[in-house]
Design a protein around this ligand. Structure first.
Ligand code: B1M
Length: 210
């Protein structure tokens, strides 16, 4: 589809003023929101591969990320249109040392679509901030942790440990995810759930409120 090719291209090139209108055009043409999202995720994959090969650098990754965020802003109402019954409360953040937030934002968006009220602590969130949040929000039943770097995977474990040390582990379920994270790693660090993508995270979290 021409509009999706255009969207992929403009996302890769970091044309953030053009991605929003292209997403809107794709929606107007009746294209499935998931397909629109996949086009932008593809673009980020290409940029990541180019970065690995030394063919592009951090600034190119950054502008591509901003272009994708502009696109997902327009896509959000269509993706999150669950109209679901309120399920409960959760919190999400990207762990300490990690600035990646596109995947985390998509997970939040899909979880909101399931009817979960979810607070977003942002990126580079230290374990203590999660601990304080859980103390201050007894209604919070699920903690969602995102990590995109192999070097920040240990921060997932540190966060779980900090929650345990604060005596709060039994109060919450902990979900982890992000490109380098695996089910095996999640089991090893004592997480309650691992899911590979935003859609699966939204399905899984709903089970915790049953
Ligand atoms: Co960075 N970066 N980056 N980067 N970046 C990656 C992750 C990398 C794979 C690129 C590469 O080398 N091919 C690589 C990591 C290598 C590794 O650790 N093995 C990398 C690197 C090395 C770095 C820096 C170290 C580069 C440097 O400075 N030399 C640096 C680190 C900064 C830091 O965090 N401290 C860095 C910086 C950046 C930017 C800031 C420039 C920018 C981020 C901007 C932003 O997020 N606002 C950036 C970007 C854009 C990328 C790539 C190109 C795209 C990431 C992305 O948004 N993907 C990425 C390459 C790639 O992914 N192919 C790369 C799209 C997004 C939808 O996917 O985030 O995977 P993702 O989320 C998915 C799933 O993972 C999952 O669901 C999401 C949607 O379905 N998921 C969860 C995520 N969280 C979840 C939580 C869950 C469940 C599922 O439950 C709670």
């Amino acid at each position: 589809m021409a509009v999706l090719d255009d969207l992929r291209e403009k996302t890769m090139k970091g044309k953030r003023k053009e991605t929003g209108p292209l997403v809107q055009q794709a929606l107007d043409e009746g294209i499935d929101p998931q397909e629109i999202l996949d086009a932008m995720i593809d673009a980020m994959g290409v940029i990541g591969d180019r970065f690995s090969k030394g063919e592009c650098f951090v600034p190119e990754m950054l502008v591509a990320a901003r272009a994708m965020s502009a696109g997902t802003d327009v896509l959000k109402p269509a993706m999150a249109a669950g109209g679901a019954e309120p399920l409960g409360h959760a919190v999400i953040g990207t762990v300490k040392g990690d600035m990646h937030d596109i995947g985390k934002n998509l997970v939040r968006m899909m979880i909101e679509g399931k009817g979960v009220e979810i607070d977003d602590l942002g990126v580079d969130v230290p374990p203590e901030t999660f601990v304080e949040y859980i103390k201050d929000h007894p209604e919070c039943k699920v903690v969602c942790l995102s990590a995109l770097l192999t070097t920040t995977m240990p921060a997932l474990e540190e966060t779980i440990k900090a929650i345990e040390d604060a005596g709060l582990r039994d109060n919450v379920k902990i979900m982890v995810g992000g490109a380098p994270v695996t089910q095996e790693f999640a089991d090893q660090i004592g997480a309650d759930a691992y899911t590979p993508d935003a859609g699966a995270a939204a399905e899984r979290i709903a089970e915790f409120y049953k």
